[in-house]
Design a protein around this ligand. Structure first.
Ligand code: ADP
Ligand code: ADP
Length: 228
């Protein structure tokens, strides 16, 4: 069984733009994958397919052996946590705590379980002491960490991050890098998009190069040796 299997996936936006063209990609469980490509390559579109947010026009996607369909969208969202590029798309509650509790509450977990999951998730991202703050007043990097905590509170096996390093200063980038390492030690499969070739080369087990909606190359991080 693999974490993710995309088989001949094609996706068109309503305006006719074909953002993904015949994508076939297999990602084993537990690997760290970096998805690279220029703006407009289709990175966000691809990532949004992996938790059912977007559905292919053609082709199929399996997550941990389960075909993604409308019927099991709920199951897929529990397995796959998607962290958006812009935390303002994800972080909107009155307090940090409510924000992280949003997902678990939606699953109708007991108050006790919710407390535990949120405490652990906020601890994992180093934001527990901010739990009563309004996300609105946090820095961009802190919001990003709260968005990640909101995903972790759902305990997904697969974590997808759209440009997790973008718009962060070096200290903020280091925090996210440490966080990603922690997720790896927890055994999660991680797939992220990035423009940072050096980071991808040092972090990733597997590298996917995307351009014009097509996969140019898949390999280990040696693939990036020429790009550096
Ligand atoms: P990337 O994340 O690599 O920058 P995107 O997945 O955002 O690429 O975009 C892939 C292609 O799809 C681009 O040509 C982009 O302009 C187009 N696109 C993205 N979002 C939309 C949308 N909502 N409607 C129409 N076209 C879109
Ligand atoms: P990203 O950095 O994820 O590639 P973009 O800057 O491409 O983001 O897109 C920002 C927003 O604009 C997204 O919501 C995307 O869906 C939308 N978008 C991008 N390209 C188009 C397009 N050609 N037509 C309509 N919406 C688009």
């Amino acid at each position: 069984m693999n974490a993710i299997e995309m088989n001949k996936v094609t996706f068109r936006y309503d305006n006719g733009i074909e953002a993904l063209k015949d994508i076939t990609l297999t990602i084993p469980i537990g690997v760290k994958v970096a998805l690279l490509g220029p703006n407009g390559a289709g990175k966000s579109t691809l990532l949004h397919h992996l938790n059912g947010l977007k559905v292919p026009n053609e082709g199929t996607i399996s997550i941990l052996g389960n075909m993604v369909t409308k019927k099991n969208a709920h199951f897929i969202r529990e397995q796959v946590g998607l962290v958006f590029q812009d935390p303002d798309d994800q972080v909107f509650s009155g307090t940090v705590w409510d924000d992280v509790a949003f997902g678990p509450r939606n699953l109708h977990m007991s108050e006790e379980d919710i407390n535990e999951m949120c405490t652990v998730a906020l601890g994992n991202v180093g934001m527990l002491e901010y739990k009563d703050r309004a996300p609105y007043h946090l820095s961009y990097g802190q919001k990003k960490r709260v968005a990640i905590a909101g995903i972790l509170a759902m305990r997904p096996d697969i974590v997808i991050l759209d440009e997790p390093m973008a718009f962060l200063d070096p200290a903020g980038q280091d925090e996210i890098a440490g966080l990603l390492q922690g997720l790896h030690y927890m055994g999660k499969t991680i797939l992220l998009s990035t423009h940072d070739v050096n980071f991808a080369a040092s972090w990733a087990d597997m590298v996917v190069l995307l351009k014009d909606g097509k996969i140019l190359a898949v390999g280990d991080n040696q693939l990036l040796a020429d790009e550096k």
